[in-house]
Design a protein around this ligand. Structure first.
Ligand code: SF4
Ligand code: SF4
Length: 433
């Protein structure tokens, strides 16, 4: 058997796969291809064969199979035998990256741009992408969501439109805010709306300027070294502040920090304790508001001047996280996010029949744009059935994918896509007016 990667807990749960096929119908990449190479069961089978050193296929085919997984976690939720499919796939990518240097999600330049602290590369890439001729050419091969990207050379870009005070006030609850790259650099208003929503509820917010990428694009590319460096950078950015929680408005950042950070550090490493503590302290914004309510805090209601019919696309990295007990019809529809939807008078939530995947899968839609568009088209079929005025969600990746409607809604009006926290912030503002 080959030497496997050096971090802890090489998962062997592929041995528990009984090939029942229950995971197939939930897997977006399988449904779009109807080919076992793109199914959870097929991937598990390949990993098992590879681990036994009996793989008859060449690495590129295995790379393609692993790289076309969106890490949505739907299969993990369905599997009756507890096969940890997403972890197995990440482990396999790490192994192949170490063996061949292959990166899976996006290319090396994009990874470098995300990791660069002064964001010079990211700024240049986004600016070049906005040049009309390049934008036109790239639209065929890569997503181009509506809206201009915003970036400055500061460590934390949205600081330029919303100056951040790093000191904490005297309110009882104090939180740190983790923005993630997209809500920092591309949709900075979502960070602003999150901070406004928190402060309007009497919560002190600490925003460290040295925080960076959560690391998900790196680990899903097989680059464990950069993932661990970024994790430690974030732990240090929030260290030494007396905060009760760290909150994020991005479901994928929450998935990375809550689920993956503790998995890719060894329990006997010096840094493990702080990684685990950081991971446990971080809550997605909806769980945080629910948690506050449990502690007796009255979360404010707002009001929209104009009644709006919406659907909420529950991100895979939110809905495939542990279950909770719904306490209202909105919570029944969209999980913990329904708690905030309940607080917005004038917001009418319509159901989505299946809550299909949006096709983003972290940065999967950059490398596999055509496959991603197929998955996103199915999403828009169910959205069209509900005929909402707006689509809401709460993940940077989902916003990216849902805003990229080129070729999907041809002939119809472009549907506005917003983060639910922005609608909540708007309702607090409109109530006062
Ligand atoms: S549901 Fe689980 S046990 Fe069944 S085929 Fe899929 S991975 Fe294997
Ligand atoms: S994580 Fe999602 S895309 Fe990947 S195998 Fe599982 S269901 Fe399919």
């Amino acid at each position: 058997m080959k030497d496997r990667v050096k971090y802890k807990n090489i998962d062997k749960s592929y041995l528990d796969c009984v090939h029942c096929g229950k995971c197939l119908s939930g897997c977006p990449s399988y449904v779009a291809n109807l080919n076992e190479f793109y199914s959870p069961r097929g991937r598990v089978r390949l990993i098992l064969t590879d681990d036994a050193d009996k793989l008859p296929l060449r690495a590129p085919k295995v790379s393609e199979t692993m790289s076309s997984c969106l890490l949505c976690g739907r299969c993990v939720k369905i599997c009756p035998n507890g096969v940890k499919i997403d972890k197995l796939i990440i482990d396999e990518k790490i192994r192949l990256n170490e063996l061949t240097g292959h990166v899976f999600s996006i290319d090396k330049f994009a990874l470098k741009a995300l990791k660069n602290k002064r964001k010079v590369l990211l700024k240049s890439a986004l600016e070049i992408g906005n040049i009309p001729i390049i934008e036109k050419l790239s639209r065929r091969y890569a997503p181009k969501p509506e809206g201009k990207s915003f970036i400055s050379n500061k460590d934390l870009a949205f600081n330029a439109i919303f100056p951040i005070n790093e000191s904490l006030g005297k309110n009882v609850f104090k939180v740190g805010y983790f923005s993630g790259c997209v809500f920092n650099s591309i949709y900075p208003q979502i960070s602003v709306d999150t901070i406004i929503s928190l402060t309007q509820n009497g919560i002190d917010v600490f925003v460290p300027k040295t925080q960076g990428c959560c690391g998900l694009p790196f680990i899903s590319s097989g680059d464990i070294k950069s993932f661990r460096e970024l994790a430690l950078n974030n732990v240090r950015a929030f260290k030494d502040k007396e905060i009760h929680y760290i909150v994020t408005s991005c479901a994928s950042c929450a998935y990375s920090i809550n689920k993956l950070y503790p998995l890719y550090f060894n329990a006997n490493e010096d840094e493990y304790a702080e990684i685990k503590q950081f991971s446990e302290k971080l809550l997605n914004i909806w769980s945080f508001f629910k948690e506050l309510e449990k502690k007796g805090v009255n979360i404010k209601s707002g009001e929209l001047k104009k009644e709006t019919e919406v659907v909420f696309h529950a991100p895979c990295h939110l809905s495939n996280m542990p279950e909770f007990k719904p306490a209202s019809s909105n919570e029944n529809l969209i999980g913990e996010a329904g708690f905030i939807a309940d607080k917005i008078n004038g917001l009418k939530l319509k159901p989505l029949n299946h809550n299909y995947c949006c096709g983003n899968g972290g940065m999967f839609n950059i490398r596999h744009y055509n496959l991603s568009k197929k998955i996103t088209s199915r999403k828009f079929e169910e959205i069209k059935e509900a005929s909402p005025q707006e689509v809401l969600t709460s993940c940077s990746g989902c916003m990216f994918s849902l805003k990229d409607q080129k070729g999907i809604l041809e002939g119809s009006e472009r549907l506005p896509v917003r983060h639910l926290i922005s609608v909540y912030a708007q309702s607090l503002k409109e109530l006062k007016e």
